[in-house]
Structure formats: structure tokens, C-alpha cells
Design a binder for this molecule. Structure first.
Ligand code: FE2
Length: 400
């Protein structure tokens, strides 16, 4: 298993479309205590604590920690004053994802185009520069509390430089010695990039946000195997997937639907001030078993998959793979079961995936660890098994 998963960056540098996305620049979390969150994501998920922008660098508004792994950049931000906009959001939503930022050629041009397309501005273009170069950011509101920031970078702040360890933005400095960084280099979790980010929106609003991604950001509906198999009996949700032009990132949009029990989407909304937001972030690995084994060893709390799941899974998956002329699942079946990993197959191949429990006390944001072996879908065949086990968790919280 030496194949390397890289981000599907295919846009040529000569693109004239201002909304052509180069990469996922970073994902910004608003958290109540970034110092402690940084420790959690480093310890549990193997992130490097790389850079900081806080009181020690003259930032008197917030503390920001840059965490990295593979091509994933998390920015954990905590307000330092009661008037910082993050303070009110943390009061309403708890810890969670505020923004998914895209690297573009010209952030101002991208923002202008998005606003012309009907988007609402969340932040006007702002450029910070110094002797090393410049970083321009501008943002638009998407569903609920979430935003998308466009980021364009010059000089030493260009993304390839940042990936090599250069300063992230003006105001940041190297974090310095952090004991877990060396440990994490020696014991990698193997997370490579953000595969998809799922948004939970209000009942009846899914199509509105699908159209928003289409019209404002120029995304298109991602046709995939799951489309043929919308099941609401167990999942109690409706979902459509939007993809950026170069399929750099995909955004499935969920809305609650009537099911046998209370929808998990509704539970999310009830603990998120009835406000849409990011439900889960799927992080890609090219070795699911090694990643999940290491994450479990570190104490990451994953959903418990019922024993019965593994009685039916191999027949279901193998039949699908045979039907479409694909090789069988190559990973050891017993280890997949021992590690409690989910498997699904479609007309293009198979995928391995597993979902963490919520990352904070509220049943809101969680992570998915996903490995694709040809399949480009999202594990619809696992919905029944997954949602049954999610329901057990919901029941334990008294929210069913
Ligand atoms: Fe997912």
C-alpha cells in the first residue's frame, strides 16, 4: 500500500475563471480554548502544532494556532475579547468549523465574482503584506454560520512555500518546541487532505443551498452512485453533493427528512442554535487500516459498528465489485472487522471509512477517515448500519 493520495489539483495556473480553486487553503475552527484544542488535535489525530498568532505576536483580539498534517491546515481560533465575533458564535454553537478557505489566484476578483453571482459578503478584501510578500483574503457567507474565505498569496506566502514550512500569514510565528510534534513525526496518522465537508441545513432548504453552490461558486452537482439509493427510513436525511469545477473538494448538503426516529440532522441543528453548519469533515488517507489503528491507539473515539454488520458486508461488497468487473477488497477482512471499519462499493470500486464520535460535548461536528479504492461515492450502503449505531448513541444522550 504505497500509493500516494494527493489532492486533485488540476487547474492550470493560467486559468481566467476568478472562481477557479487552487487548493483548500485552510479550515478555521472557532473554539473556546485553542491552546487546549491544539493539544487535543495533536494528541488524538497526529497534527503538527506549527505556528501561532496571539498576544506574543501582538494579536490582542484572538489566539490562532496553525495545525498541519499532509495537505491539511487547521486554524484553531479563540477570541481574547468579549467583543470578538467568535465569542458570540462559541456561546451559541460551542466549538465548531467557521470557515473553509480556498486558495485562488486573486481573492478580490473571486470575491467580486461570487458577490456578482448573488453571494453575500462576509468580509471585504483585506491585504496584509510585509517584506516577505502578501496575503489577500475576502469572504462570503454560505449556509448558516459558515463562510468561505478566498485567499490569494504572493512571495514567501505562496501556498507551495507554506507547505514547505514558510510563515502562514503575516502575524504568525513558528510555535517552537512542542513535544508531540516529534512523536507525531515518528507515529504518523497518515491523513492527507480534506476529501469532503458535509453541511447540515434546515428542512426544505437543501435545494436552495445546492443552487447557491451552483450559482455563486460555479460548482456543479456531483453525479455518483449514491444518487440511485436515497433511503430515508434509517438515514432520515436527504442529501445532494456539490463539487468544485476541478473536484478539488465536494460539499454534500444534508437536510432532515421524516424517519423512524428523530433525524440526526435535527439533533445537530437543535444543539447548534437551529443554525446550519458543518456536520463532518472527511479526511483522506491512502491506508485506512494503518490510520484507524494509529488513531484508535491514541484514543480517538469512533462509532461502534454492530457485530451483525460484518455478517452481511462481504457478500454485499464483493457482489457489487464482481458485477462491475473490479478486484475484491484487498485489505485483510479480519483486521477490517477488528478495527471496526466500514466498507462500501459502487460501480467504480470500493471505499473504506469510519466516523469519529462528536469532537466536543455537543453532538455537532465529527470527522470521517476515508480511503478510496476507485469509489467516488460517500458510503450510502453503510447508512443503515451507520445510522443504527448512531441511534444507539443518540439514545444514550436522551435525544431520540
Ligand atoms: Fe462523509
Amino acid at each position: 500500500m504505497t500509493s500516494v493520495a494527493t489532492s486533485p489539483v488540476t487547474r492550470p495556473a493560467t486559468g481566467t475563471d476568478p472562481l477557479a480553486l487552487i487548493d483548500v487553503d485552510h479550515v478555521r475552527f472557532y473554539v473556546a480554548n485553542a491552546k487546549q484544542s491544539a493539544f487535543f488535535y495533536a494528541s488524538a489525530f497526529g497534527f503538527q502544532v506549527d505556528q501561532i498568532n496571539d498576544l506574543t505576536t501582538g494579536n490582542r483580539q484572538s489566539a490562532q494556532y496553525l495545525l498541519t498534517q499532509g495537505n491539511i491546515r487547521f486554524l484553531l481560533e479563540t477570541p481574547l475579547t468579549k467583543d470578538h465575533p467568535a465569542a458570540d458564535e462559541i456561546r451559541r454553537f460551542g466549538d465548531g468549523i467557521k470557515d473553509i478557505a480556498f486558495t485562488v489566484f486573486d481573492a478580490e476578483a473571486a470575491w467580486k465574482q461570487a458577490v456578482r453571482n448573488g453571494g453575500t459578503s462576509a468580509q471585504e478584501p483585506t491585504t496584509r503584506s510585509d517584506a516577505n510578500g502578501s496575503v489577500t483574503t475576502a469572504a462570503v457567507h454560505t449556509y448558516g454560520r459558515a463562510t468561505h474565505t478566498f485567499v490569494s498569496r504572493t512571495g514567501k506566502y505562496a501556498l507551495p512555500e507554506v507547505k514547505q514550512g514558510a510563515q502562514f500569514m503575516p502575524g504568525f510565528r513558528p510555535f517552537g518546541a512542542f513535544a508531540l510534534n516529534e512523536w507525531n513525526r515518528q507515529h504518523p496518522c497518515g491523513l492527507k487532505f480534506v476529501d469532503h465537508a458535509v453541511g447540515n441545513v434546515e428542512e426544505g432548504k437543501m435545494n436552495r443551498w445546492v443552487e447557491w453552490y451552483e450559482h455563486v461558486l460555479g460548482f456543479s452537482m456531483f453525479k455518483h452512485f449514491d444518487d440511485k439509493d436515497i433511503s430515508t427510513e434509517y438515514s432520515a436525511l436527504m442529501s445532494k453533493v456539490m463539487a468544485s469545477g476541478n473536484q478539488l473538494i465536494k460539499f454534500p448538503i444534508n437536510e432532515p427528512a421524516a424517519g423512524k426516529k428523530k433525524s440526526q440532522i435535527l439533533e445537530y441543528l437543535e444543539w447548534h442554535d437551529m443554525t446550519p453548519g458543518v456536520q463532518h469533515l472527511a479526511l483522506r488517507t491512502d491506508d485506512e487500516l494503518a490510520s484507524v489503528a494509529e488513531l484508535r491507539r491514541r484514543g480517538v473515539d469512533f462509532l461502534t459498528i454492530p457485530e451483525a454488520y460484518y455478517q452481511g458486508v462481504w457478500n454485499r461488497v464483493d457482489a457489487m465489485l464482481r458485477q462491475h468487473g473490479h478486484a475484491a477488497v484487498k485489505e485483510d477482512h479480519q483486521r477490517i472487522k477488528d478495527l471496526g471499519i466500514l466498507v462500501d462499493a459502487d460501480d467504480e470500486g470500493y471505499l473504506l471509512q469510519l466516523f469519529s464520535k462528536p469532537l466536543q460535548d455537543r453532538p455537532t461536528l465529527f470527522f470521517e477517515i476515508i480511503c478510496r479504492r476507485g469509489s467516488q461515492s460517500f458510503g450510502k450502503g453503510n447508512f443503515k448500519a451507520l445510522f443504527e449505531s448512531l441511534e444507539l448513541e443518540q439514545e444514550r444522550r436522551g435525544n431520540l
